[in-house]
Design a protein around this ligand. Sequence first.
Ligand code: UT7
Length: 342
Amino acid sequence: MNATGVRIAGVGHHVPKGVLTNADLERMLDTSDEWITTRTGMKERHIATVEEPTSEIALGAARQAIASAGIEAKDLNCIIVATVTPDYPFPATACILGAKLNVPGVPAFDIEIACSGFIYGLTVASSLVRTGVFKRVLLVGAEELSRIINYDDRSTAVLFGDGAGAVVLEASETDSFLSSELGADGTDPKNLYVEVGGTALPPICAADIEGKRNKVVMNGREVFRFAVTKMIEATNVALEHAGLTAKDVTWLIPHQANRRIIDAAAKHLDLPSDRVIVNIDRYGNTSAASIPIALSETVASGKLKDGDVVLFVGFGGGLSWGAVAWRWNGTVKASMNGKVGG
Ligand code: UT7
């Protein structure tokens, strides 16, 4: 196998057109725009229709990333989808995406590690390219959390949205991948999980559906504490592995779970807010899609310059966490300038 470098050659994102605002949630639940805004930074999120399964919004993001990379789908050597909301329990949504891209035969698999999915995926996909296994990999973070949210539970209903973000990674003479730090601790998975529908309990029954046991349950305060701690730790370790410090970071692109989590971590890392990418007000928490959506928007804004150091950091169910330090390499054109739809 030939060792090579890797770069991001294309980016894209796609969110469904339907929007759920804080005002809508006020009508549905005992909550307020004031509470949601001050406690989370969220204003609205996009929600998919029943005609738009995860593979469909993944397709929108994938098409943009492929166009942005200036390639065709047939040039891809591997497709990876990071999701906890697949079209079906199996097969992998990546396989369905490959069919929708009309490239049957291209290897495809999913990564299921919740909101850390893009960070894990970026590490895996980069490794596949850097070791010469594949020349070009499409990595998509795509989620429809709305399908597994209990809209009677105000502590989770206000937080999540649907969306997809994608990158095309390709072999390169120069190497963008600087380091990765990943972690997971399944000691208490119930801090953030869906109870039924897997093999740990008897098959899902009518009472489970009635009791909303097939929907997300979260210990918000515990996850909040964990998130801030792990964002800081993972960022520092990834930077250390890359021989860098927080001062070298041009852009922090964090998982968008809560504005207060992002602000607390950035403050501790001494990163000024104008170097931290936040779009949580418009999308809420889109799990594995939040980082690639934020990246795609950052590219579309023209902010990212050749040589910039980008620090991607995420955390989520598992519990799991991770950070990747990345040197932005070359010029990437945003497809459609990050417009919704597609
Ligand atoms: O993607 C990774 C996974 N998710 C996360 O990273 C989320 C991490 N956690 C959080 O973001 C925050 O913990 C939440 C946004 C979930 C909650 O914010 P908080 O400041 O930690 O609130 P809390 O859970 O301590 O609750 C404070 C109060 C409670 O009322 P009492 O007991 O003080 O009377 C809650 O019942 O806020 C109440 N509350 C709400 N009130 C209005 C909880 N949700 C809502 C709501 N609207 N939507």
